[in-house]
Unconditional design. Structure first.
Length: 241
């Protein structure tokens, strides 16, 4: 009887591990409950190119916004989720989809921390600043550049107005969720002296902190420590109330 129970337990553990591996592989997400502070943390990754309404080639590494949005909504409403860690290594992608994810993260009531690893470029910048606190590794990069569009573009004033409106939406979001000023961000966006075939600015590690985009230079350990502190403070606040 004891042997049968042990075999059933092992089988259940294998099934649970298989489900976790499948979630990581398919969605880049996992629940972290067995940690030093016994806090229940949800891990979300934004990797590769952010895919919008059009499907990208199978050879392109993508993050699908239709996967991320429902998961974030579930985390917000799930009593078991106490904090969210967002890992970023993205070249950017679809502007509307990236902003939708950033707005969703910014509206979450639970403590959130982001960590920029390889890079968080283009629409990845709003995503990096959308959390309550942000980190970037010393070699991490952030690229700020004007909105670009593929396909047929009509050479008329309404086209310019549309691009300007979209850029203003991005700049306003970044400025309202970081210490960076909108005027400075626009200057960085329109810089002509850094990118050989484009306008914009590359910020590396500490430079992103100095510009007010990111809160602190640090890695995964610092990100976890900060998130645990924020979760503990949130728990203490809820007990008082």
């Amino acid at each position: 009887m004891a042997q049968e129970q042990k075999e059933n337990q092992n089988q259940n553990e294998k099934q649970d591990q298989g489900q976790k591996n499948e979630t990581i592989q398919e969605f880049g997400q996992i629940e972290l409950a067995n940690n030093r502070e016994n806090n229940r943390i949800s891990l979300v990754t934004i990797i590769g190119e952010i895919e919008g309404h059009d499907c990208l080639p199978a050879t392109t590494k993508t993050t699908k916004y239709e996967h991320v949005l429902p998961r974030l909504a579930e985390m917000e409403d799930n009593l078991d989720t106490e904090g969210i860690l967002l890992l970023l290594n993205t070249v950017g992608g679809d502007v509307e989809s990236g902003l939708a994810i950033a707005e969703m993260i910014a509206s979450i009531s639970k403590p959130t921390v982001s960590l920029v690893l390889g890079g968080s470029h283009s629409i990845g910048v709003p995503l990096a600043v959308s959390t309550d606190y942000s980190f970037i590794v010393p070699s991490g990069t952030m690229v700020i550049h004007p909105v670009r569009m593929n396909g047929t573009v009509i050479g008329a004033q309404p086209t310019y107005d549309y691009f300007k409106q979209m850029q203003n939406r991005i700049l306003t979001f970044i400025a309202s969720h970081s210490k960076a000023k909108e005027e400075r961000l626009e200057k960085l966006m329109m810089n002509t002296g850094m990118l050989t075939k484009d306008l914009g600015t590359i910020l590396i590690g500490k430079e992103a902190v100095e510009e007010g985009l990111i809160d602190e230079v640090g890695g995964i350990n610092e990100a976890f420590l900060k998130l645990h502190q924020m979760i503990d403070a949130n728990k203490a606040k809820m007990k008082k109330n």
